[in-house]
Structures are given as C-alpha cells and as structure tokens.
Design a protein around this ligand. Structure first.
Ligand code: ADP
Length: 484
C-alpha cells in the first residue's frame, strides 16, 4: 500500500507527463496545419460520404471561394462534376491514383491527383494486416502556364510544318512533271546508240526518283507531325459513332492488301463471331489498324500477318501478329515514343517517321484503351490494343445487347395490339450519350420502328405527354402511335 504522499507525487508526475505529451501533440498538429496551409497546391480531403473534412487556403484560391468554410459541406455542393467524379473513382478503386484536368476559377486549368486515404487496420482487424479506405485526398495544381507553353510549342510546330508543306508540294509537283517530260519527250528523242548520253539520262532518272521518294517521305513526316500536334493540342474533332470492329479490320486490310501482295505475305483475319458494338471514331481507329498492319508487313520478310479481334471482359482486344524480325525487350516501350525507330537503324535504312505508333497510342488512349507490344528478336511481334465497351458513370460497363432488346420489343408487339402496323410503333430512347441514342435509333429504324429521343428523364416525360399514345378505345381511330 502506497502512502498518500507517494501517491500524490506519482499523480503529479503523471499529470506533468500528460501535459507535456499534450503540448507535444498540439505542436505537431500546429506544424502539420502550417505545412498544409502553406502548400502551394490545393488540398481537399473528404470522408466516405463525400463530406469535406480538410482543405487549405490554396484550394480556396484556386476555385475563387474567398474564405468560405468548406468543413462539413459535401463535395457536390462546392465543386463541379470533374472533381466529384475523381473522388468517386478513388472510392471504387482505392489502391489506384487518378489524375484529371479540371476547370478552375477564371478560366484557369488545374491538374488534380486523387487517391484514397488508406488506414492500416491490420492489428485491430480479424483479417490482419489490411488497409481500409477512410476517405479521399485530392491535390490540385494550377497548370495554366504549362498548358499555354505546350500550346505555343504545338502552334509553332503546326505553323512550321504548314510552311514546309507548301513549298514541298511544289517541289514534288514539278519533279513529277520533269520526270514525265523526260520519259515522254526527252528520252525517246535521244540517239539510242550514244552510250554516254544514255548513261547520263539513266542517272538523271535515278536522281529524280530519289528526289521523289525523299519528297514523299518528308511529306509523310510533316503530315504525321501535324497530325500528332493536332491530337495533342486537343484540336481533333473526335467522332463518337457506333461501330463494329470487324468493319474496321476489314477496311484496314483492304487498304494494305497491295503492300502485303508486293511482299508475298499471307494476310489472315481471325475475328470472334458476334463481337459487341463499340462507340468510337471509325476513321481514326482504321488509321490505327492500318498503321499496325503496315508496320507488320514492313518488318516481315516471310510468313504472315494475322489480325485478331476478341471480346475480353469489358473490352475488345485487337492484335496484329507478324512473323517478322521482332523487337528486343528493352525497346518495347521505346517504340511508342515520338521519332523512335529501333533495331539497327544505321545499316537498315529507317523506312518511316517514327510517329506512327505514338499516333496510334494517342488514338487508342483517347478511346480509353491501352496499346502494347509483345515480341522477341527473331520471333515476330504482336501489337495489341484494347477498346473498352461503353462505361456507365459509376464505372460499371454498359453492354447494349441489341438482339435481346429487339426480341423483347418484338415479343411485346402482339400482346399490345396485333392489328397495329409495326411502323406506327414508336420507341422513346432516353440516354444522355448522343452516340448511344444514335446506335439505338439506327438499329430500331432498320426494324421498322419510329424513334423519338430524349437526353434525360425530364425531356422524356415532356415527350411522352406531347407524343401521346393512342387510346385503347377501338372506336377512336385518330391514334398515331403506341408507346412500347
Ligand atoms: P515508323 O514510321 O518508323 O514505322 P512507328 O512509330 O510506326 O514508325 O514504329 C516505330 C519503330 O518501331 C519502327 O521504326 C520499328 O523500328 C519498330 N516497329 C514497329 N512495328 C514493328 C514490327 N511489327 N516489327 C518490328 N519492329 C517494329
């Protein structure tokens, strides 16, 4: 039993230690707050309900929010969809980092990086050693100046390329005229037995051929530079249309068939039947496949080139397989970099611009897909890319099963009114994506339906009231439509 004096002393010591720890904690907290408040980047922390739990002055400045207290307000209340979508993504996939460009106040542009806040619950949980997401943290940086500099670079490249293309067109045009005149007029007029003159004219012809070939190579390079500059600057007017991958591959194969015939290579197609419809830019995707097939032909001397398309989970996987020289593993990433030609470029004359694959990468990534190569030196190459099927905003993949949809509609017909002409049946398509509406419109119209479109629920309700279905009363014959 301790004496009261000793106990009092021990309590006093404990209290002192508690006070010291509390002061230390407050100091640490004050330091952390000072660091966060002085961050040049905007900081936003939310809990699992999207409620803002922490922010810093830089964030208020970036969004021009004055000295508003954001604590306990929801993300949706304060920020635009691009920020809330990013936060939602970290909730869906907590182990990944997400980045996006977002609109800031006064027309400025920001780059946001978002991750889930993962707390180690290992020692307290029965699962042991795992982490639990307790919210999201977003860091936002103003990148307006970087974007402007990038834009200036792109504008400069575009201007220079344009300026080069004009004189080059004349050089090529006049060279072709000279060649034609030489072939048709000058060469036939020369004495056949003058060996020296014949040799000279052959040399002139060869030189003209070199000028033409190099001129064409330079034009391709300039066109590729302009193309990639246009894509990178966001100036491409991307189309969003329903398309079949089989059609893309067939168009690309027919565009490259002359090339494969010259090299006597077999060109095969292996398309999985019933591949789902995709949404994308048809011409740009054809450009990707043409480029991959042309490369496969260019770097293959014997054997074959095979184009494969398969449905893989939520994606379509397209592969172009060749039996050519292959690519060393250390060069697999390099081939997607601009102006990179790999292999022995000193002895093997580079037959291209080194921009084809970077352009393919930009196009595929614009569609939300990935592109990569699997290859070993001497064993051929397989270039593959994926294209995702249309995704819902919540991250779930939307697959439009058109045959089943049509079957449901057709099954409905006899039960609603057997006497009604199918062309009088109207379907109201409600979707916020124009491409999906167009896909459904085209499919349904082929089946003889009349299609009305609405982009949201409110529009749909207005339309339903305006374009009224007919009365079920057999005596009423002014009815035009029936909603299915
Ligand atoms: P290029 O216009 O030079 O073909 P790309 O960007 O299309 O430019 O290709 C870059 C480089 O990648 C090529 O120069 C070549 O070295 C390599 N490459 C591309 N496709 C293949 C292939 N199928 N087989 C072997 N090497 C390839």
């Amino acid at each position: 039993m301790k004496k009261p004096r000793e106990r009092a002393l021990q309590e006093a010591r404990l209290n002192r230690r508690l006070q010291e720890t509390s002061v230390q904690l407050q100091d640490t907290l004050a330091n952390l707050t000072a660091i966060i408040d002085n961050l040049a980047d905007g900081l936003l922390v939310t809990d699992l309900d999207n409620t803002i739990t922490r922010f810093n002055p830089a964030l208020l400045q970036l969004f021009d929010l004055g000295d508003l207290d954001l604590t306990n307000r929801t993300c949706q209340e304060i920020f635009s969809q691009d920020v809330t979508h990013l936060v939602e993504k970290t909730r869906l996939i907590p182990n990944e980092m997400f980045t996006a460009e977002i609109a800031l106040a006064n027309g400025q542009i920001g780059k946001a990086v978002a991750t889930a806040v993962l707390k180690d619950i290992g020692s307290h949980s029965s699962e042991g050693g795992s982490c639990q997401s307790i919210g999201s943290v977003v860091l936002i940086r103003d990148i307006t100046t970087e974007k402007e500099v990038d834009q200036m670079k792109t504008d400069f490249i575009s201007t220079v390329s344009h300026e080069l293309r004009t004189p080059l067109t004349s050089v090529l045009g006049f060279t072709k005229i000279i060649k034609k005149k030489l072939d048709e007029t000058v060469t036939p007029a020369l004495p056949v037995n003058d060996k020296k003159l014949q040799r000279t004219i052959r040399q002139v012809n060869d030189n003209i051929d070199i000028i033409l070939a190099e001129g064409i190579r330079l034009t391709t390079l300039i066109n590729d530079v302009l193309d990639i500059a246009k894509i990178e600057s966001g100036k491409v007017d991307w189309k969003s249309e329903p398309l079949q991958i089989s059609e893309i591959i067939e168009r690309a194969i027919s565009a490259t068939s002359a090339l494969s015939q010259t090299k006597q290579l077999a060109l095969y197609q292996e398309l999985e039947p019933g591949l789902p419809t995709l949404i994308g830019d048809r011409d740009r995707l054809i450009q990707v496949v043409i480029n991959l097939i042309s490369n496969a032909i260019k770097f293959t001397d014997q054997g074959s080139v095979t184009c494969q398309a398969r449905h893989f989970g939520h994606e379509i996987l397209v592969s172009i397989i060749d039996t050519g020289g292959g690519i060393a593993p250390e060069d697999h990433d390099k081939v997607f970099e601009k102006f990179k030609q790999v292999g022995d470029t000193l002895t093997e004359k580079p037959m291209g611009t080194g921009l084809g694959l970077p352009i393919c990468k930009q196009i595929v990534e614009h569609h939300g897909g990935r592109i990569w190569v699997e290859s070993k030196l001497g064993e051929g190459s397989t270039f593959s890319f994926t294209l995702p099927l249309a995704a819902e905003p919540n991250g779930q993949v939307r697959q439009i099963d058109l045959p089943t949809l049509l079957k449901h509609l057709n099954d409905q017909l006899p039960t609603s009114d057997p006497a009604l002409d199918p062309s009088q049946k109207t379907v109201l398509v409600v979707d916020d994506e124009a491409a999906i509406r167009e896909l459904l419109r085209q499919t349904l119209e082929v089946e003889g339906y009349r299609v009305e479109e609405a982009t949201n629920g409110r529009e749909a309700l207005t339309l339903v009231k305006k374009v009224r279905p007919p009365s079920r009363d057999p005596g009423c014959d002014d009815a035009r439509h029936e909603w299915l």
